[in-house]
Design a protein around this ligand. Structure first.
Ligand code: PEP
Ligand code: MN
Length: 359
């Protein structure tokens, strides 16, 4: 569906890259106002804070509720920031609009459910506000596009998407797998749409936020949504991934704006995508070697031989079978895994030699 008549998210006053920052959750008036001051001092014009929190397990902090909307309005008054929060139901939306928020976002769990998204879309009919649609929990671009179309169809023209990564059962260094190809495909389908990245929810760890932010800008994203809390370790939700306002300022200062976010469908985009995948492969290899070294320690402790032929053959046939199902040739995968295995063996031998020297 063409979306040629989209409007700037918050009027023309905010230039790309568009930065949104603030705590995962509003927790108290003081916490929110301190966060807002820090965010504004870091040069960020849009404050985010969760008022109603979708939590995986009952009994966790589920948001302070609508009183936080007044604190947000106070933050806007004091620090001149725009204010946005997550809405998951028409009731949330009504309260947010009544409080005069500048925009809302639809969270990943809500985008995953077309009934829930449609209810919010219906409630948005005739309302002029900024709406940001986070990606669904699963890497299904149609579901994401569908949610965006539902909101667009109800007349919203100040519309954007946020890429926050995707749930996965695989071991990755991230809380939510970035699957960069999904937002890239979203951009191909709706080139007019602003797409931001949320490195906080992708990384799940504060030490990953800076590199993910740079990666997103390199891939041509129009901006970032970053969680920032005055005292991250004490945060009532997502403590591990939040950064202080001072760290936020530092991070933003360090970002390199290497590319203009236009004309993204080019050879350099494909190359950036390849570079991103290559770093992922390297990270996975490093993780694999770490596990191999742990196995090495175990073998050493239990007096086992470094090379276990049955296990090696079983590993090779498993990866070959897996390779075929995704259209890779057996011989290609065989070669790669033989090399990987050789390196694992070399590292395990090193452990053994180091142990022998100690004795
Ligand atoms: C959030 O932004 O704090 C949040 C809950 O995000 P998501 O919907 O991406 O999990
Ligand atoms: Mn969060």
């Amino acid at each position: 569906m063409p979306m040629n008549d989209l409007k700037p998210l918050f009027g023309d006053s905010i230039q790309e890259p568009l930065y949104i920052a603030g705590p995962c959750s509003a927790e108290s008036r003081e916490q929110l106002l301190t966060a807002a001051r820090g965010v504004a001092d870091a040069g960020v014009a849009i404050l985010r804070a969760g008022v109603w929190k979708p939590r995986t397990k009952p009994g966790s902090f589920e948001g302070i509720g609508s009183c936080a909307l007044d604190w947000m309005a106070e933050a806007r008054e004091k620090y001149g920031v725009k204010i946005i929060t997550e809405v998951a139901t028409p009731e949330h939306l009504e309260l947010a609009l009544k409080a005069g928020l500048d925009g809302v976002w639809i969270g990943a769990r809500t985008t995953t459910n077309p009934f829930a998204t449609q209810q919010i879309a219906d409630a948005l009919r005739g309302v002029d506000t900024a709406v940001i649609v986070k990606n669904p929990v699963i890497p299904d671009v149609d579901l994401w596009v569908g949610a965006i179309e539902r909101i667009y169809n109800s007349g919203v023209r100040r519309l954007a998407a946020v890429h926050r990564g995707f749930g996965t059962h695989q071991t990755t260094p991230y809380r939510n797998d970035p699957h960069w190809s999904v937002p890239i495909e979203l951009h191909r389908r709706i080139p007019e749409l602003i797409i931001l990245s949320d490195p906080s929810h992708i990384g799940g760890r504060r030490d990953l936020v800076a590199q993910l932010s740079q990666q997103a800008l390199d891939l041509g994203f129009s901006g970032l949504m970053i969680e920032s809390h005055p005292a991250p370790d004490t945060a009532l939700s997502d403590a591990a991934q939040q950064i202080t306002p001072a760290e936020l300022a530092e991070l933003l200062k360090g970002l390199q704006l290497r590319r203009t976010p236009v004309g993204r469908d080019s050879i350099s985009d494909y190359r950036l995508h390849i570079d991103t995948l290559d770093s992922r492969i390297i990270e996975l290899l490093a993780e694999r070697m770490e596990v191999a070294r742990n196995i090495g320690e175990y073998k050493l402790k239990h007096g086992m031989a470094v090379v276990q032929h049955d296990r090696y053959n079983e590993m090779l046939s498993t990866v070959e079978m897996r390779a075929e199902t995704v259209g890779l040739t057996k011989s290609f995968i065989h070669q790669i895994f033989r090399t990987i295995h050789e390196e694992s063996v070399r590292q395990q031998m090193q452990l053994k030699e180091a142990e022998a020297k100690k004795m």
